[in-house]
Design a binder for this molecule. Structure first.
Ligand SMILES: Nc1ncnc2c1ncn2[C@@H]1O[C@H](COP(=O)(O)OP(=O)(O)OP(=O)(O)O)[C@@H](O)[C@H]1O
Ligand SMILES: [Mg+2]
Length: 290
């Protein structure tokens, strides 16, 4: 049996939206050899990279290899994780791993997906630069909250989900977490408000949707004049007029801003649209990082 030329997960759930993003990133990968998907924590860089890698996999005879760097803590981890992902991580062989990796990739056409690089920018950038110099058939797609800042890097800033897509993601996750949950006329407005307040950040939307399960309802803050204290999951929801009056006091939005997001500074807000570099969803001219 021919071994699979990829280590991508067999399945990673449906992608909501992002059709244009996938197409643009694939185009950039075709025109250059290093594309970095940037953006704040939880915006969907990894998920988008997985989709692009899966769709592009057939175009790389020597394979498409995902290198998950989130757990890495330093240069030594980068030097081990990348060769291991490509399948040349035999530590018994002589010579530094980085040298052997560069030698092995010199004549291969392959795609490396270097995921979650932000905490290892220096070593990842150094290795990527070397592999791109010594291997003309090597292409790299990185995900990172910050650019690698090496020559030839094409930056593509991942935007938040548009409102309609954010609402679809929230509804899908809430339905998966709390059987019986559906978006209906009674709660659609509240759901849309949550999605807006979470700035279309997929991770925040997933965390909020998980709270629907934990609480069994969408709760209103203490002091609410509703009396009931919650918006039922599927039926019996307050009417649209009451929703409109209560939207401004949704507790879920406050929870997100209080630091439930994994990439937010302690106790601080998740970076909003205004915190990001460049125009969301647009390639950032490489000249900006040199
Ligand atoms: N378009 C999408 N459709 C469905 N799920 C998505 C989408 N975008 C992101 N997600 C989900 O949202 C969560 C956060 O996305 P992801 O991990 O890709 O963010 P990230 O930008 O890589 O975050 P970090 O900077 O922390 O690495 C994941 O569970 C992911 O599967
Ligand atoms: Mg990621």
């Amino acid at each position: 049996m021919v071994p699979a030329m990829t280590n991508l997960p067999a399945s990673f759930g449906g992608l909501i939206g992002r059709e244009r993003a996938v197409s643009e990133v694939r185009t950039l990968l075709g025109s250059g050899r290093l594309v970095t998907l940037t953006g704040p924590g939880g915006v969907g860089k990894t998920r988008l990279a997985l989709e692009v890698a899966a769709q592009a996999a057939g175009g790389y005879p020597a394979g498409t290899w995902l290198v998950e760097l989130a757990a890495g803590t330093g240069e030594a981890d980068v030097a081990e994780l990348v060769p291991a992902a490509v399948g040349i991580g035999d530590s018994a062989a002589p010579g530094p791993l980085a040298d052997r990796l560069a030698g092995a990739l010199a004549s291969r056409q392959l795609l490396l997906a270097l995921d979650n690089c932000e905490h290892l920018i220096g070593p990842v950038a150094a290795l990527a630069e070397r592999l791109l110099q010594t291997g003309p058939g090597v292409r790299i797609m990185a995900t990172s909250q910050e650019p690698l800042a090496i020559g030839g890097e094409q930056l593509w800033e991942v935007p938040p989900l548009a409102e309609a897509e954010a609402t679809r993601l929230f509804a899908a996750r809430a339905a998966a977490a709390g059987p019986g949950f559906t978006v209906d006329a009674g709660n659609a407005r509240a759901g849309a408000s949550i999605c807006r307040r979470l700035d279309g950040i997929p991770l925040a939307l997933e965390l909020a949707a998980a709270r629907v399960r934990a609480l069994g309802c969408i709760r209103w803050p203490a002091g609410s004049t509703t009396g009931s204290g919650c918006l039922p999951r599927a039926s019996g929801a307050p009417g649209a007029a009451a929703d409109a009056a209560r939207d401004d006091r949704l507790e879920l939005g406050a929870g997100h801003r209080a630091g439930t997001h994994r990439a937010a500074p302690a106790g601080g807000p998740v970076p909003g649209r205004g915190d990001r570099r460049g125009r969301p969803g647009a390639p950032v001219p490489a000249a900006r990082v040199h």
